[in-house]
Design a protein around this ligand. Structure first.
Ligand code: DP6
Length: 349
């Protein structure tokens, strides 16, 4: 018998950024962060997990990502997720001996992204969230998404925010064992149904400095970073939760843009400096400023992760203005883009 479960997980884009670890082994962040989960109609990872007593033990657990077999023997993060999930399954099996001993079978995990991997489009977030969810389903684990977020966090920090929809806060926690470093949904997507995200694929190439490495450099070398983590982010977390609660777009947008800029300022303040934004990214920033200026109020917000691609947040009533302006002015310079409803406008033809 082969036991099998499939699932999908969405991409999340932080509006208050996670950047910096207080514990690199347990993957605990220096500061809390908050993200918006994108619709699965646009970017997502699809993962199938299976296990069987008939899978050769000599092959061990395997992970195939976008058609190519990965070497997980050296991937501490993947191994940590698999080990934690097995412990939970084992607890179930001990409590109920009639259950098949799935925790002892080799696992086969097959995962596909419908977007460029490692291009700063949060592929690790959706990837590890889908891996954890698929195996949790396969193992019929009773744990809640928040409880599973502790496991996904070990795969990739941002992944802990992709197990739930809507607006998700990852509380940094203070405990050394990380047991209080968990993600929780602060509002479902239906709370603010007018929210839209436009993804500008400025470059689909792999990013220069992977986020794990970049954030370590920042923590070690940037004097600005301590101010960010201690004095800037805590207030912004509270303020953006209030903005989301009140559906106050200008406040949400202001905090989002400031936090993206502060994160990239910390990158620039690192030694050696880390550059994620390029000329097209900067043009996108200016265009958002121009759109807001012409509108006479804040109707659009930009944010950038560890790469040049922009995510633009806005509300549905200004879709034409925002998406239309971007397409007309920046369309030629992009590798592609994703519309707000998952309509792929790749190539901008
Ligand atoms: C800029 O979650 O990729 O996207 O925990 O080392 O895997 P690791 O880092 P990762 O970092 C994401 C950084 C960010 C900001 C964010 O998503 O909050």
């Amino acid at each position: 018998t082969v036991f099998r479960a499939s699932t999908t997980a969405p991409v999340n884009i932080a509006v208050i950024k996670y950047w910096g670890k207080r514990d690199a082994t347990l993957n605990l962040p220096t500061n809390s962060s908050l993200s918006v989960t994108l619709s699965q109609r646009s970017l997502r990872t699809v993962t199938t997990a299976s296990c069987s007593a008939s899978y050769p033990a000599s092959e061990g657990d395997t992970l195939t990502l976008n058609g190519s077999l990965q070497d997980i023997s050296s991937s501490k993060r993947t191994l940590a997720c698999l080990a934690s999930l097995r412990v939970l399954r084992n607890e179930l099996e001990s409590a109920n001996p009639s259950l098949p001993a799935l925790s002892t079978y080799p696992l086969r995990i097959v995962s596909e992204n419908n977007f460029p991997t490692a291009a700063g489009l949060a592929s690790s977030a959706a990837g590890f969230a889908a891996l954890v969810r698929a195996i949790a389903n396969l193992y019929e684990l009773p744990q809640s998404p928040t409880e599973l977020s502790r496991i996904a966090r070990q795969g990739s920090g941002s992944a802990c925010r992709s197990l739930q929809g809507g607006y998700v806060a990852w509380r940094s926690g203070t405990k050394e064992d990380g047991s209080d470093s968990i993600a929780e949904e602060i509002a479902p997507a239906s709370h603010w149904p007018e929210m839209r995200a436009l993804i500008l694929v400025v470059s689909a190439e792999k990013k220069d400095v992977p986020s794990t490495e970049g954030m370590q450099t920042t923590v070690k070398t940037s004097p600005l970073f301590a101010t960010r983590a201690e004095r800037i982010v805590p207030g912004r977390m509270t303020a953006i939760e209030t903005a989301i609660h009140n559906r106050d777009f200008p406040a949400f947008a202001d905090l989002t843009m400031r936090d993206s800029n502060n994160f990239h300022a910390c990158c620039l303040d690192s030694e050696p400096p880390i550059f994620y934004l390029n000329d097209v990214s900067r043009a996108a920033i200016r265009l958002v400023n121009d759109i807001n200026h012409v509108a006479g109020k804040t109707v659009a917000a930009y944010t950038f992760d560890a790469g040049p691609n922009a995510v633009i947040y806005y509300l549905d009533d200004v879709s034409e203005i925002v998406a239309g302006t971007f397409k007309a002015i920046l369309g030629e310079g992009l590798d592609g883009w994703e519309g707000p409803f998952g309509d792929r406008l790749k190539g901008v033809s």
